[in-house]
Ligand binder design. Structure first.
Ligand SMILES: Cc1cc2nc3c(=O)[nH]c(=O)nc-3n(C[C@H](O)[C@H](O)[C@H](O)COP(=O)(O)OP(=O)(O)OC[C@H]3O[C@@H](n4cnc5c(N)ncnc54)[C@H](O)[C@@H]3O)c2cc1C
Length: 373
């Protein structure tokens, strides 16, 4: 056994193998039929049939370690499935945690069945890393709220069926933020796709007086920022896990290529300049996996050092993935630069992991703050 799986018990190793097989045999063939940059509903539905979802129909959420195991396996064979899986969780978890009966009954079962698609709408044109600066306004209107403003770089927008939207109900920086569930077909909501490298389904949302019933507030007025952070805390180690899966895929490709590529009377695999680079990548991937699993266990056991552990895991794993893909491209030479090559795709999708859910610099801030506390 690869020693970097040492923190996983038998159940989790078997979950990992199930997810790996599902990604390769069931999900990748469906993903390959999707339209680039668009939500693949068939894939979302198939995922729900083969793996436990991040949020169940009764609102129960998968432990962070299970999320990591599944996301790593999916990312290794099918990044589209990994992305679809993660987004059902990011969009659905705030509803499960903070939704009242009406909103939970409306959305949790369809999300768990893969019949509805979720999204998490925090980022705005003037509020990215500094999410507490968000400005999208929610004004009271009787027992409802009217939401107006813009969200951007929202994965699954504008096609999602339900958005968790974070909006401003008072001037206080964090205590003035409230979370809402907003139906994708609500009057006053429109959006357009953005075209990102890696064909990630993502877009901008314009809310122009979208009326949201008070019963669709999540976790009470003024608690939205805490709910956003609670959601991101749960998912952050698993962003690292997805990056580990991408790094592993790049490494496997590089090893296979080095074995078969003839050069200088042998293969690339006989050149130490190649094999030692790959040995370093393999070591970093193993270390990243252990950090990811340790952070998820810290989260699941309520360890007070969770924030720092998660920041370290996300930082190290996502930076490792970029290095792994870069080395794999170098080992492949020109062919890896051909449009449509797997390594081109991995280069784009792994690059994104260093930016979303807290850029690497933000993770370093979290780690440093604890050091100098
Ligand atoms: C593929 C992808 C999917 C996404 N999906 C979603 C989604 O579903 N929902 C959603 O709400 N958002 C989503 N986002 C947006 C993402 O969360 C933001 O891009 C991210 O928070 C960074 O914000 P920004 O791009 O505005 O960069 P900025 O906040 O403008 O920061 C730019 C750069 O400045 C540096 N920086 C920022 N803060 C600090 C600091 N404190 N110290 C030092 N350097 C710093 C970092 O290098 C950072 O990359 C997605 C983004 C991508 C790329």
């Amino acid at each position: 056994m690869n020693p970097s799986y040492a923190l996983l018990d038998e159940r989790l190793r078997s979950l990992y193998n199930d997810a790996l097989n599902a990604a390769r045999d069931v999900l990748q063939p469906i993903a390959s039929q999707g339209v680039p940059g668009k939500v693949n509903r068939e894939l979302v539905h198939a995922l729900a049939g083969v793996l436990p979802g991040p949020v169940a129909a009764d609102g129960g959420a998968l432990p962070a370690l299970d999320l990591c195991v599944i996301r790593e396996a999916l990312a290794r064979h099918c990044t589209d499935a990994e992305n679809a899986f993660a987004l059902q969780g990011l969009g659905g978890y705030p509803i499960a945690c903070g939704g009242g009966d009406a909103v939970r009954e409306r959305w949790l079962a369809p999300l768990a069945r893969g019949d509805a698609v979720a999204a998490f709408a925090l980022t705005e044109p003037e509020a990215g890393s500094d999410a507490a600066a968000l400005a999208l306004a929610a004004e009271t209107d009787g027992d409802a709220f009217m939401l107006s403003g813009i969200k951007t770089y929202i994965s699954n927008a504008p096609e999602a069926d339900v958005y968790t939207v974070f909006a401003r109900t008072a001037p206080d920086r964090t205590a003035g933020i409230t979370a809402f569930a907003v139906a994708g077909d609500a009057a006053g909501l429109r959006g357009e796709s953005l075209h990102l490298a890696g064909d990630h389904p993502i877009g901008t949302l314009h809310l122009d007086g979208v009326r949201v019933p008070g019963t669709w507030v999540l976790d009470g007025v003024g608690n939205g920022f805490a709910l956003a952070m609670q959601t991101l805390d749960r998912f952050r180690p698993s962003v690292g896990a997805a990056a580990v899966g991408m790094a592993e895929a790049a490494l496997e490709r590089a090893v296979a290529h080095a074995r078969s590529r003839s050069a200088f009377g042998g293969t690339l695999a006989r050149l130490q300049g190649i094999t030692h680079q790959l040995a370093d990548v393999a070591t970093d991937v193993a270390a990243a996996r252990l950090l990811v699993h340790a952070a998820a266990i810290a989260h699941d056991t309520g360890d007070p050092a969770t924030s720092q552990a998660s920041a370290m895991a996300k930082l190290f794993a996502t930076e490792t993935a970029s290095r792994a893909v870069d080395v794999a491209i170098q080992v492949h030479g020109a062919r890896a630069l051909e449009r449509g090559h797997l390594l081109q795709h991995l280069s784009s999708v792994s690059r994104g992991t260093r930016i979303y859910e807290g850029a690497s610099e933000v993770q370093r801030e979290i780690i440093a703050r604890r050091l100098f506390r």
